[in-house]
Design a protein around this ligand. Sequence first.
Ligand SMILES: [Zn+2]
Length: 318
Amino acid sequence: MRVSVLPFLAALTVLPALPSFAQRPANELGRVMILEYHKIDHPEGRWTRTPANFRADLRRLWEKGYRLVALTDLLDGKIDVPTGMTPVVLTFDDSSPGQFRYVEKNGAVEVDPDSAVGILEAFAREHPEFGLKATFYVLPAADPPNRLFNQPAHEERKLRYLVSRGFEIGNHTLWHANLSHYGEETVRKQLAQAQERIQRHVPGYRPRTLALPMGAYPRDIGWAVRGSINGTSYQHDAILMVSGGAAPSPFSKSFDPLRLHRIQALERELSSWLGYFDKHPEARFVSDGDPLTVAVPRRKKDEVKTPLPQGLRIVEHD
Ligand SMILES: [Zn+2]
């Protein structure tokens, strides 16, 4: 009996291959989703994704061939995902407690497995190729519960932990100020002082990106891009909006890092974009697996933004 079963089992291990992402034509001019999460908590709502739904989002992204990249790597054109895969960026706004919580277990403090950080880490352990990347747009001086994840005793430990794990911290102003309401000095103080507060916990850390509270630009965008006030200098290489859909490829002429679109990661919007890219795979960024080349369909080569970042070259294909 045993003998006759073995060949059958062997045959089972050669399962029909899943649709092969590696066979899809590379298109590094395709669009990239920058997903925007707020609360990871209960119940599901306008600003809330439950832990279970957030896990399901990660699984859907994984199964559909998306892989995490850091926002700053996207900006720098360093997109290192396997052949046939699509980069995706995760962002979390407002440093609410469910994004990063510590819990005590057996006398030790550990990352809550139901907080966003815990969920991301567990998923990356099971699927190392998915990656472990996200940017947290924190509020260092907001009222509770949005002040640096709402566990005052652990603020420093959390910010340092994020950086040590390769996550990024972004500027979201001191306390969610609507920058369209203020003059130059207040806008600059909001940005510089938010950075100072972050650096108090993580010396020398420079937030490279800014997510605008409520998507509101100051009267002069230059105030938000770079500046210096009371001895603190800041510079933002990208400014993120709160909506707008999938972003253009960073290699495309239409990529504008100072007006970077995002997708709010709620069931309807996320499903709609995932469905769109299922139906229109040609619209999606598909990697050629080589981070040093930018693979583009020949008919689209005029859409490439030049010069490309240092060390990159275009590879055209039919
Ligand atoms: Zn916000």
